[in-house]
Ligand binder design. Structure first.
Ligand code: FEO
Length: 163
């Protein structure tokens, strides 16, 4: 059975993953409303991944005899001044999630909770991927600037993810 401190921390992560879902859903809606259908699809796929992450934590807590407590999810922003600003916010958000996962891992190791440490390994790897995907998109957007043709090309390219 999982210890109470770890149970509380994992419940906090469920909320963080659901907030991630909500944030990317808000970005998807924003892109849809600003005529970037490809980026909207990309963000919707990202949101769905986050829902999957929340479910993994819920399933794991159940497996370990822990109690799942669902708490209020903060309201995300609804608009961003540019495509670059939205992706910079997404990248910054993923860095904060990486820190959270690392803190959870530290907590599991300190508690000698090997099962939770092993479970968290998947997320350690996932966060490397999340950052590795967003970093080059941000760099491309910085290079693109306000060039509409290049922005719409990126919209088309990234839209293939949701297709
Ligand atoms: Fe669930 Fe994007 O980290």
């Amino acid at each position: 059975m999982i210890n109470k401190g770890m149970e509380k921390a994992l419940n906090g992560q469920i909320n963080a993953e659901l907030y991630s879902f909500y944030l990317y859903l808000a970005m998807s809606v924003h892109f849809q409303q600003t005529n970037f259908a490809g980026l909207a699809g990309w963000m919707r796929a990202q949101a769905q991944e986050e829902m999957g992450h929340a479910m993994k934590f819920i399933d794991y807590l159940h497996e370990r005899g822990g109690a799942v407590t669902l708490t209020a999810i903060d309201q995300p922003k609804g608009e961003w001044p540019s495509v670059l600003a939205a992706f910079e916010a997404a990248y910054g958000h993923e860095k904060s999630i990486t820190k959270r996962i690392n803190d959870l891992m530290d907590k599991a190791i300190a508690a000698k909770d090997h099962a939770t440490a092993n479970f968290l390994q998947w997320f350690v790897k996932e966060q490397v991927e999340e950052e590795a995907v967003l970093d080059p998109i941000v760099m491309r957007l910085q290079a693109i600037g306000d060039h509409p043709g290049a922005l719409y090309y990126l919209d088309h390219q990234l839209g293939k993810r949701g297709a």
